[in-house]
Design a protein around this ligand. Structure first.
Ligand code: ZN
Length: 84
């Protein structure tokens, strides 16, 4: 009979400990921000004056007569005399 009480006590302790662990695991999840981090300031989107492709201003090539997605399109529109 003594062993039955000990086993019951051990089971009770295990059940209680698991409950505590589950609570501790759930808490950080609830505290963590649910929304993803906000994206940085959006880069201005501009259109290539040759093909109309939209690209961030930081990646665009600025020409004498407009902005372009690549050197080839800048040359195609403005001519090779501009460069070199
Ligand atoms: Zn282009």
């Amino acid at each position: 009979m003594k062993y039955v009480l000990l086993i019951a006590l051990a089971l009770g302790l295990i059940w209680w400990w698991r409950l505590l662990v589950r609570k501790n695991q759930a808490r950080p999840k609830d505290a963590a921000p649910a929304s993803p981090p906000p994206p940085g300031p959006a880069d201005d989107m501009i259109a290539c004056d040759h093909c109309g492709l939209h690209l961030p201003r930081s990646e665009a090539l600025i020409g004498a007569r407009g902005t372009y997605c690549s050197a080839a399109h800048r040359e195609a529109t403005e001519g090779r005399s501009q460069g070199s």
